[in-house]
Design a protein. Structure first.
Length: 218
């Protein structure tokens, strides 16, 4: 049992190393792929000075609302985290509802900004802009997927560490039990040896008496 437990602990350690390596590789690939930002939506579009000025004015108009929407969601995420820690189902549902509301509000602001930006662009520019936006949204989804994968890997590493800790405890227990078993066996052997020695002494005394009697008979 001791050997099998030790093997299990070793395999768990390799699992941690493999998971951590996979997580590192995923993060590196994600960093290379996630190049799109909102400013890249006009990449490859030749804008006139007047268009640039209009676009800056539109973004300045919607920037405060977007910032406020982004800041308002932070306390909701904190509330969700606390609710999960407390395992409060009602609080979890309430926090999730607040997050959905904040996201909806921000989405509406982005849509209004998007519609105004399109009015500034010509037909070909709009086509390129929509293509960039599609790629930006796809990249955003990939980033979310990578974050979920990272969280999953982190949970897996934590579970592996718990398993290793449990295996170490079992190994220590097996070792302790093994030592107890060996000590018990040694005590049993010692008791048997003492019994045999006592019997030998008794036989020796009997042999001595028999020898003494034989000498008298002679």
């Amino acid at each position: 049992m001791f050997r099998s437990t030790l093997a299990a602990a070793t395999l768990a350690l390799f699992a941690i190393a493999g998971t951590a390596s996979a997580q590192s590789t995923t993060s590196t690939a994600a960093a290379q792929q996630h190049r799109f930002r909102r400013g890249d939506l006009f990449e490859g579009i030749n804008l006139t000075a007047a268009q640039k000025s209009q676009i800056e004015a539109i973004r300045a108009k919607y920037h405060p609302g977007l910032e406020a929407a982004r800041d308002s969601i932070k306390p909701d995420w904190a509330a969700l985290k606390n609710a999960r820690t407390a395992k409060d189902s009602a609080a979890i549902r309430a926090a999730r509802q607040d997050i959905r509301s904040d996201r909806k509000e921000r989405g509406e602001i982005l849509k209004d900004e998007h519609d105004e930006l399109l009015k500034v662009l010509g037909p070909e520019q709009r086509e390129k802009f929509e293509k960039n936006l599609k790629e930006w949204n796809a990249d955003r989804r990939d980033r979310r997927a990578d974050r979920r994968e990272t969280r999953s890997d982190t949970r897996e590493i934590r579970n592996d560490r718990k398993e290793v800790a449990a295996d170490k405890g079992e190994i220590a227990s097996d070792k302790k039990e093994g030592e107890k078993g060996e000590l018990k066996s040694d005590r049993k052997d010692l008791k048997s040896d003492r019994k045999d020695l006592k019997k030998d002494l008794k036989d020796h005394k009997q042999d001595a008496r028999d020898l003494k009697r034989d000498r008298k008979d002679r």
